[in-house]
Design a binder for this molecule. Sequence first.
Ligand code: AMP
Length: 279
Amino acid sequence: MIIFKNSKDLKKYFENIHDSVGFVPTMGALHAGHLSLLKKCREVCKISVCSIFVNPTQFNNPDDFKKYPKTIEKDVLLLEENHCDILFLPDENEIYPDEQSRKKHFDLGYLETILEGKFRPGHFQGVCLVVEKLLHIVDPDFLFLGQKDFQQCMVIKRLIELMNKNIKLVICPILREDNGLAMSSRNLRLNSSERETASELHHTLLSIKQDLTSDNFLALKNKAIQHLQKIGFKVEYLDLAKEQSLELVSHFKEGDHLVLLIAAFLGDVRLIDNLLITS
Ligand code: AMP
C-alpha cells in the first residue's frame, strides 16, 4: 500500500494510471463495515483508494469532533492486511488551506431539511465540502458508500450530479455486530453493557417492520419511542420515508419501497440506523 499525505503527489501518481479506480472515503477508526466497502471496491476496480480524514466541517457538535475515535496505526495495518492499494491521509491544511476553502454552499434542497439535515444543521454542507475536494483529488470511476448512512448516500448522489461527474455510486449493505448493532466508529465510545442496549435500535426497527401495516406507523412509532426511552435512549427521530426520495410518510400503499430511519443518543453517543422495507 502506498500512503499519500499530499494531494499533488497523489494526482501525479495517477497521471500514468489508466485502470479503473475505486474510492472508499472514511473517517478512520476502521471496522469490518469499512473493510466490506474496500472488499467490494477491490472486486469491482483495478485500483482501490481509501482515505482517512476526520472532517471538522461536518461536525455540528464540537465535543463529538473532539471525542471522535482515532486509531490510525491500527487502521493502516488493517488496510494493508486487506490489500488496499492506496491510502490518502491528508491533514487539515491539505484539505482546508485557508478560510475560503471552507465556504462553499451546495444546493441540497429538501434533503437537507429532514432527518440528519434537520437535527445536525450544516452537517451535509460539511460532508459535501470534503467529498467534493476528495473526488477532485482522487477522480475515481466508482465510489463506495455504506447504506448505514442512508441519507448521506442520497446527498452524495446529488453532489455528483451537481459536479457533473461520471462517477458510479455503489451502496453497500450495513454490517452488524452479532447482537444486531450496526457497526460504527462511535461504538468504540460505548461500554459492553451500552453495546447490548444499543442493539435495541436494530431490534426496534425489525419489530416495527414486522408489525407495520399501511396505516399504523404512528402508533408503532409512539410505542417504540416509549420503549427506547425507558431503556435509556434519547430519540431524535424515528421516521418512515420513501426509499427513492426520502419523502416522510405515515401511510403507504402496497408495493411502495420504504425505509425506516432512526437517530438516538445513548449517553452522549449519537447512533443512527435504518432498515429497508418493501411493502
Ligand atoms: P465513516 O468512517 O463513518 O465516515 O464511514 C465511511 C464509510 O463507511 C461510509 O460510506 C459509511 O456509510 C460506511 N460505513 C460505516 N459503517 C458501516 C457499516 N456498519 N456497514 C457498512 N458500511 C459502513
